[in-house]
Design a protein around this ligand. Structure first.
Ligand code: ZN
Length: 172
């Protein structure tokens, strides 16, 4: 079986990829084409992979709408997801925030979302933020325990590097 892979930004065809075993309902997989990638960030002679794999923490490269352009291996193992599952997805879907069911950014809770606000601030001002405590709503997974992320953001080209520096679970 094969599924079609398209660029999540310009919808350009990126060929097809083999699937093992099951056929997903929506048989389209997302990636990013080299042209769209260059619009976000000029990596010079290195590749995006080389650039992001050098970070010691899980990092995500996101666009100004909070869509994931790329996630390094540390973040994929943290989320237990593949790169194709997160590319082009909004942060709330990537982190499995409960409010993302209604659309990441579409609920009243989203106005106070630290991840969203921190990424937006860095996009607007160009300022980096360091170790900001964020509490994504993951109670559907962690029950009464509260999950705290320490996040950092840095503007890089037309993208923001979102880094998860620490994760802890505050027990009730
Ligand atoms: Zn593209």
């Amino acid at each position: 079986m094969e599924i079609r892979k398209i660029c999540a930004w310009c919808k350009k065809d990126l060929g097809s990829i083999p699937t093992v075993g099951y056929q997903p309902q929506n048989a389209i997989s997302h990636g990013i084409c080299p042209d769209c990638l260059r619009n976000f960030f000029d990596f010079g002679s290195q590749s995006m992979e080389e650039f992001l794999e050098r970070f010691e923490h899980p990092v995500f490269l996101v666009d100004s709408n909070g869509r994931t352009i790329y996630a390094n291996k540390k973040s994929l193992s943290l989320l237990d997801k593949s790169l194709q599952e997160v590319t082009g997805q909004l942060s709330g879907d990537v982190f499995e925030c409960i409010h993302a069911i209604e659309g990441c950014g579409q609920t009243v809770h989203c106005k106070s979302c630290t991840i969203r606000n921190t990424v937006n601030k860095t996009f607007k001002t160009g300022e980096s933020c360091l170790n900001v405590p964020a509490y994504p709503d993951l109670h559907h997974i962690t029950k009464e325990n509260k999950v705290r992320y320490l996040i950092s953001t840095k503007k890089q080209g037309n993208a923001v590097i979102l880094s998860i520096n620490d994760i802890s679970e505050e027990k009730k």
